[in-house]
Design a protein. Structure first.
Length: 117
């Protein structure tokens, strides 16, 4: 079992920035992939960005170069730097981790991001 603690959400005006963090508990499970998903009210959960411990990254098209995902393997922590935020980015953001791109069974509790216009 892996426990994930997210932080960094909040309220920001359009055009502003936030930095989300996700810290994973110490575990023998191999956390090779870490990612962020988001879910807005009435919408399905969607991938925002993900990163492999090799450094390979994936981004959703709507990121448009505004968001940057990174990780500190020594600290088992992942970050999402979000710039040029838009009201459409308002959602609960969830941390998701696993051993491969196709096996990410662990989820954080979510952190609310609200962007006002």
């Amino acid at each position: 079992q892996v426990q994930l603690v997210e932080s960094g959400g909040g309220l920001v005006q359009a055009g502003g920035s936030l930095r989300l963090s996700c810290a994973a508990s110490r575990t023998t499970f191999s956390i090779n992939v870490m990612g962020w998903y988001r879910q807005a009210p009435g919408k399905e959960r969607e991938l925002v960005a993900a990163i492999h411990n090799s450094g390979t990254t994936k981004y959703a098209d709507f990121v448009k170069g505004r968001f940057t995902i990174s990780r500190d393997n020594a600290k088992s922590t992942m970050y999402l730097q979000m710039n040029s935020l838009e009201p459409e980015d308002t959602a609960v953001y969830y941390c998701n981790v696993g051993s491969s791109w196709y096996n990410t069974p662990f989820w954080g509790q979510g952190t609310q991001v609200t962007v006002s216009s």
